[in-house]
Design a binder for this molecule. Sequence first.
Ligand SMILES: Nc1nc2c(ncn2[C@@H]2O[C@H](COP(=O)(O)OP(=O)(O)OP(=O)(O)O)[C@@H](O)[C@H]2O)c(=O)[nH]1
Ligand SMILES: [Mg+2]
Length: 711
Amino acid sequence: MKEDVLGHYDSFVQMISEVSSFVQKLNAEMLGTESPYDHSLKVLSEKAEDLKKDKFMLMVVGEAKSGKSTFINAYLKKDILPMDVKQCTNAIVEIRDGEKYRLIATYADGTIKVIDNDAEIGQFMKENAAMDDEYREIPVSLINSELLMKWQDKPESEDDINDLLKHVAEDNIHRLPQEEYEKKIRKYIRQRKGSWRQLVKTIVIEYPFEDQELKGIEILDTPGVNAEGKVGDITNEFVEKANAVMFLKPIAGSALESSSFKKFLNSKSADRNKNAMFLVLTRAANENGKNTEEILQEAFKQFGNINEHQIIPVDSKAELFANSIDGLSSDELKRKLMELKANKEIDSFLLLPWFESNGDKDKYLDEVRKLSNFEEMRNRLNLFAHKHEYLALSGFLDIMIKVSDQASAIISELVGTLEQKAEDPHQLNEKLQEKKRELDKVTAKINETIQEISEKYTLPEVGEIVKKTGEVMSEYAKEIAAVDNSGNDGVEQLQKITLRKLDILSAMAEELQKNIVSECDERLLDCSKEISKDIDYRILKPNLTTEAVDAIKAKCKSDSYETKVVKSRSKAPLLGLAGMLFGPIGWGVAAGSAALYGLGLFENTEYVSEFSKSKYFDEVKAELTPKVARMKSDVESLLQDFAVKIINAYTNALNGNAVRLKKQYDAILQAKLTAEVLQEQIRQGKERREKLNSIFLNIQRIKSGIDKNVE
Ligand SMILES: Nc1nc2c(ncn2[C@@H]2O[C@H](COP(=O)(O)OP(=O)(O)OP(=O)(O)O)[C@@H](O)[C@H]2O)c(=O)[nH]1
Ligand SMILES: [Mg+2]
């Protein structure tokens, strides 16, 4: 299960860091400088290391002289720690398995010292791990950590000292008079203030553990808990991290309900690690079975939230003694016991079993081990450690679950933000196609329709303008040709036809302008509105009025007399005829001819000035037809100009449309590209969330398997 958990942990860490860098890349603010799960990840990596090493930290705490050092020595079956009624432990000592016996000390200023010589280690422990006699009545370790190591080279603070004195008033376990107690504390401070650097902060002892079961265990011996249940700052830190905390209390000591253990249990550090707490009642061999049972029952009652299996009576001294006689024969044991008895160096509870075992060493050893109750204690600790491994895995997975929850929430938030920003690329694509069609239409209009309209109207020879005016002209010519130029009303007809054609041309100019516009409007619909309203239509009035024609006619009439030779002498009938024909004005002309005639220049021939209808017609025609031709060319150039202007106006409008459409097209295209990028990011985000989720499910599955073992 551990391999399984650690395997998942590796892929989990990789996934989380991938999620972090993904989120960081897309939205750096979302994670800030520190992710919400950074701390959890750090804790996880520390715990993962511990899991890999099978590390199990057992911490031993308890009031001064409760038997902590003795307990550890007995448990490890090796006299490592100084234990004494007089000397007390003064620094945290960590004991762990190692290649060889050695001691590593860390001083208050960070200096590290390593000793690997047995005798020197013993010496060092006596000098540093234990407190000398002079100060055994005062809480030295507390003074060291709370004052000296804090002040370092700074001057001592009276406030700090008073604070400490208040706190340690109850720690005056040797019941020194208050004044003397405080005086001793101040003396210690004065003496050691300057040498704070030599204070030992931690001591690590390594040696090769014989017992394979103990390989992963790390045992901490600590300076005593004070009467208020308080431990020093450094000890406090360890209480939180420890896998099991054994609180030692002499079984016959102070009452349970007012014990420092109760206060310690309520402290913050202990509170966080409650299920890892053991209450070990020491010096149990001295107590009779009935009392022990009563005290146990009382303890179960007082400390209801501690597992009953984790409240155990032991006697470390009995265990120590059992360890020391393990290799002896019955005789050797007998001699040893007698010697100890004679020197009053043996407790009576160790002598009694000797008398009961009839001099049999094995029997005696059994009895002593029964008294020590260490086997039971070991079993219960092993059971706990075993359960603890499951709990540690489960707790480890709990943190992973918490982190994956947080990471998943962050990813979801990011995906949500991206989704808000991203438009649907399908919709954008449709919009884009639509714009493209519009744009193509406008472009086609510019390139084809405009060209067509322009050609339809303005081409030389075949263009509508030229064709229509040409038709008028050819009709004009035809109609004139049909007139009888010698008839009486030839000129009148000519006049009528001419004026009508001029009107037709004028009307044509107007009509063709309208045609051009309406054709443009119809075929270039999208821009007709803006343009049609400011079109400047031009009206071309016929360039000839009836009065002007009359003047032309009058002029032509006078030019239309022809001199004619008359053979007859009788002039009167001729003149009379002329008079009849031309009326009074004609007379003048005729009279002129008559006068010439009368002068007698020609005798036999008479010259008569005679009015010619056809000449008159031709004269008038010669005057009028150029007017029509002129009007025609005026109409043509007006219309050509107009067509060019109108077509230009529409082209400009269409170009404007095309530019606008192109801009819209580009904007949609940009939006589409952005949307595609965003969609890809959303996809990646969702993919990561999926992966996280599957890791999450796996973690939960493993956890429920593990939790079955500790239910
Ligand atoms: N009878 C008996 N004596 C014990 C037991 N445990 C410790 N002692 C004695 O109590 C005295 C103090 O023991 P230590 O192990 O030094 O106690 P400690 O808790 O380490 O003391 P400090 O380090 O000063 O806090 C020693 O003389 C031990 O022999 C026990 O279980 N039974
Ligand atoms: Mg000790």
